[in-house]
Design a protein around this ligand. Structure first.
Ligand code: IPE
Ligand code: IPE
Ligand code: MG
Length: 252
């Protein structure tokens, strides 16, 4: 939970509607402590719980977390298994909270690639929270943005083939509506932890005008104060979308 003193530093009228996070650095966090990587993932799951609470407290509309990329399937089998077991455990644990706190659970990515037991937990979490409207929590699981874009192109091609859509009707809106994120606003703020300055195939289409915030903090250490720092940085920026500062009437 953020303290009243922390909350008073943020302008509630200029919060991002949608925050996306690349929760990176679990492995290095564990390595520094001479622990197995899986312990880093476990500590990372705790940091996720805290972030969800803080974002809910701030009444953020949408929070999207990059939990497992399509490229992460290349990791050692033992780490993949540990991550899937942790995901399973986390879903079971978090479902009551999501129900209680009016959070709708959502996923993007190739869910069919996940173990069946995890798929069942996902389906049940989605079902039990489908009427909630406080915040949408999206986990990107077996997610790759290029794959998502190709899939959207395929979906549109099928609709053209079925004569539901004419080629001339394909525009940005229709394309965005064919992505996994169709019902989400684009992220306003993207946070990446652990000092890496790259996007790693996350939300390539959707971040066209997102504000980026990079921090050296490793994901398991990311707490309320770090979120606050990211939000304060976001609130100091002017989003121009191609206009001049004068046009936006805030220039000096
Ligand atoms: C992020 O932490 C979690 C996943 C990718 C699943 P990493 O496991 O990538 O941690 P580092 O980058 O090795 O420190
Ligand atoms: C990105 O982290 C994906 C997640 C946080 C799940 P990675 O650690 O897999 O990214 P790269 O491989 O360093 O770019
Ligand atoms: Mg990493």
């Amino acid at each position: 939970m953020l303290t009243p003193a922390q909350l008073s530093r943020i302008d509630p009228a200029h919060l991002p509607r949608h925050i996306a996070v690349i929760t990176d650095g679990n492995g290095r966090w564990a390595k520094r402590r001479r622990l197995p990587r899986v312990m880093g993932h476990r500590a990372g799951a705790k940091a996720v719980e805290e972030l969800v609470s803080n974002c809910r407290q701030l009444e953020i509309e949408a929070l999207t977390l990059y939990s497992f990329s399509s490229e992460n399937w290349n990791r050692p089998q033992i780490e993949i298994e540990a991550l899937m077991a942790l995901l399973d455990e986390h879903l079971v644990k978090e479902i009551d909270r999501m129900e209680r706190e009016n959070i709708r659970f959502n996923t993007i990515g190739c869910i069919q690639a996940l173990p069946e037991l995890v798929q069942e937990k996902i389906a049940s979490a989605k079902d039990r929270t489908r009427k909630n409207n406080g915040m949408v929590l999206t986990l990107a699981l077996s997610y790759g943005a290029r794959e998502e874009i190709v899939e959207a192109a395929r979906r549109l091609a099928l609709r053209v083939q079925a004569r539901e859509v004419r080629v001339e009707e394909i525009n940005e809106q229709l394309f965005a509506g064919s992505l996994d994120t169709a019902d989400l606003p684009d992220p306003d703020l993207l946070i990446r932890t652990s000092g890496e300055l790259r996007i790693s195939n996350f939300l390539l289409w959707q971040v066209a005008y997102t504000e980026f915030y990079f921090t050296d903090v490793l994901w398991p250490d990311f707490g309320g104060q770090h979120l606050l720092d990211a939000l304060l940085s976001y609130q100091q920026r002017q989003r121009r979308f191609g206009f001049t500062p004068e046009q936006l009437d805030c220039g000096d």
